[in-house]
Design a protein around this ligand. Structure first.
Ligand code: PMV
Length: 307
C-alpha cells in the first residue's frame, strides 16, 4: 500500500500562531514523502528510510523514536497488539528540520499507508489528530498548523484549536523557497520565543497582534486575486519576526538577496534561525531570484505556484 504527503510553507503568521493568532499556510507538492507498506516474510516490522540512514526493526527502536512512535500509537488506536510482519519503506524529498514540514509529512504518509494496509480506514480528522499527538511528542508546544495543512493538502487559514478553515486563491502566484541549509529545530526557536514572551509579555503580545493584522490583510489579498499586495506584507512580517529574534544572518542575507533580485517581498518561513525563507515573485523573475538565492548561499531553491 502506498501513500504520499506534501511539504508545506507558512506564508504568514508563524510563531504568533502558537499564541492563538491566525496563520496562513499552503502545501508544497513539488516535495513529498512517499511511504510503501508491504507484507513481509520475516517476523515483525522492518523500516527502511535511506534518507535518514534508518534500516531497522521496529523492536530495536526506542518507543519515542519519531517513526516508531507513529507506528506504536497507530496500532494502539487500532487495538492491535500482535504486529503483522511488514516492510515499510519511507523516502522523502522534503529537507529535514528546515520548516517545510518533513516530520508531519512522514507521519501523515506513514499513518495513511499503514491504515489502508491493515484495512482500518481513517478520516482526515483522525489522521490530523493523531499526527498532532506525534508533533506534540517531538516539538514541545506546536500549534498544529503543520499537521493540518499537510493532512488536508489545501491552503489553510489556521487558528489553534479551531475547526479547519481552507481559503480560495483568487489568482495564482509564485513563490521561490530558499533553503539556508542550516537545520534549525523548531522546538528551540519556539522555546526561546516563549522565554522572551514570559519576560516581556506586553511587547511580545503587541508584536503578535501586528502579525495577526498582516495575516488578515494577506488572506483578503489572496482571496480577492491581488497577490502582488503580499510582497510588502512579507517584508513587514519578516521585520516583526526579526524582532521576535527568530531570524538569523543567513536568513536575512537570503531575504535581502531576493529583494535585490526583483522579488516583490520576502520573509523567513517556519520556525526560523535556519531553514527556509520565501519570496514572492512575478513569473518572469522566478529563475533569476532563485539563482540570486543560490549565489547568496542557499543550499537549494524550489519554485512553486500557489493556486
Ligand atoms: O518550522 P515549521 O515550519 O515546522 O513551523 C513552525 C511554525 C511555528 O509557528 C514557529 C511553530 C508552530 O507550531 O506553529
Amino acid at each position: 500500500m502506498k501513500a504520499s504527503a506534501p511539504g508545506k510553507i507558512i506564508l504568514f503568521g508563524e510563531h504568533a500562531v502558537v499564541y492563538n493568532r491566525p496563520a496562513l499556510a499552503v502545501p508544497v507538492t513539488q516535495v513529498h514523502v512517499d511511504v510503501k507498506v508491504s507484507d513481509s516474510l520475516r517476523e515483525g516490522i522492518f523500516i527502511n528510510a535511506p534518507g535518514i540512514d534508518l534500516h531497522a526493526g521496529l523492536n530495536s527502536l526506542p518507543a519515542d523514536h519519531p517513526i516508531a512512535s507513529v507506528i506504536l500509537r497507530l496500532f494502539q488506536l487500532f487495538g492491535i497488539s500482535q504486529f503483522p510482519p511488514l516492510d515499510i519503506s519511507i523516502t522523502s524529498t522534503i529537507p529535514v528540520a528546515s520548516g517545510l514540514g518533513s516530520g508531519a509529512a512522514v507521519s501523515v504518509a506513514l499513518i495513511r499507508a499503514l491504515a489502508v494496509h491493515v484495512a482500518y480506514p481513517l478520516t482526515n480528522e483522525q489522521v490530523n489528530e493523531l499526527v498532532f499527538e506525534i508533533e506534540k511528542l517531538h516539538h514541545g508546544t506546536p500549534s498544529g498548523i503543520d499537521n493540518t495543512v499537510i493532512t488536508y493538502n489545501k491552503p489553510v487559514y489556521f487558528i489553534k484549536g479551531q475547526p479547519i478553515e481552507t481559503f480560495k486563491v483568487g489568482k495564482p502566484f509564485m513563490i521561490v523557497i530558499g533553503d539556508t541549509g542550516i537545520p534549525a529545530p523548531t522546538k528551540e526557536s519556539v522555546g526561546d520565543v516563549r522565554s522572551l514572551w514570559l519576560r516581556d509579555t506586553v511587547n511580545f503580545e503587541n508584536l503578535f497582534n501586528e502579525i495577526s493584522q498582516i495575516v488578515l490583510i494577506a488572506r483578503r489579498s489572496i482571496e480577492s486575486g491581488e497577490p502582488e499586495l503580499l510582497g510588502k506584507l512579507m517584508d513587514h512580517n519578516h521585520a516583526l519576526l526579526q524582532q521576535l529574534t527568530v531570524s538569523s544572518p543567513e536568513l536575512d542575507k537570503l531575504v535581502e538577496a531576493a529583494r535585490n533580485a526583483g522579488a516583490l517581498g520576502a520573509k523567513l518561513s517556519g520556525g526560523g534561525r535556519g531553514g527556509n525563507m520565501i519570496a514572492l515573485v512575478e513569473q518572469a523573475k522566478a529563475e533569476s531570484v532563485a539563482s540570486a538565492l543560490i549565489s547568496a548561499g542557499a543550499r537549494q531553491t524550489i519554485i512553486t505556484e500557489i493556486s
